[in-house]
Design a protein around this ligand. Structure first.
Ligand code: ATP
Length: 127
């Protein structure tokens, strides 16, 4: 795959490979990171509930909150893995990088929990 910034590598665009890479990364995260796995399961259950009740606005709201929290979790995990790879010992800058990434996750979790709580109450009231 050609690197857009350095210009190194092949020029062929391979969408199927891209999709495979996405699922490979997601599978790895779900298997090794409980924080990703349980959020995905809870969200899928609620999204299915919203779809079954034909509550399409709720469906989209849950999807957006889930997309936000999973994106933050996955980027945080990737960044943590990179940090631990380049620095095995204690380093102040590494600590700051991890704290900032964790703050992004924290904010997204607040949004996700608020959304999930609100949507649970709303969907139960629609039943
Ligand atoms: N190499 C390091 N140098 C300095 N501080 C670090 C280092 N590694 C971790 N820390 C500090 O410890 C905190 C927790 O780091 P850690 O990598 O254990 O993440 P975590 O939140 O426990 O991750 P997870 O639970 O997702 O595995 C960081 O936010 C940072 O403040």
């Amino acid at each position: 795959m050609r690197n857009k910034f350095t210009g190194v590598g092949g020029t062929r665009y391979r969408p199927v490979r891209k999709v495979k890479v996405v699922f490979s990364g997601l599978r790895f995260a779900v298997r090794h990171d409980f924080a990703v796995a349980y959020k995905l399961v809870v969200s899928v259950v609620l999204v299915a509930g919203a779809a079954a009740l034909q509550q399409w606005v709720d469906f989209v709201v849950i999807l957006l909150a889930t997309g936000l929290v999973l994106t933050a979790e996955l980027l945080n995990s990737a960044l943590e893995a990179l940090c631990d790879h380049v620095e095995t010992g204690h380093h102040e800058q590494i600590g700051i990088v991890k704290d900032v990434a964790a703050a992004a996750v924290g904010i997204s979790i607040i949004v996700w929990v608020a959304t999930i709580t609100f949507e649970c109450v709303r969907l139960v009231s629609v039943l």
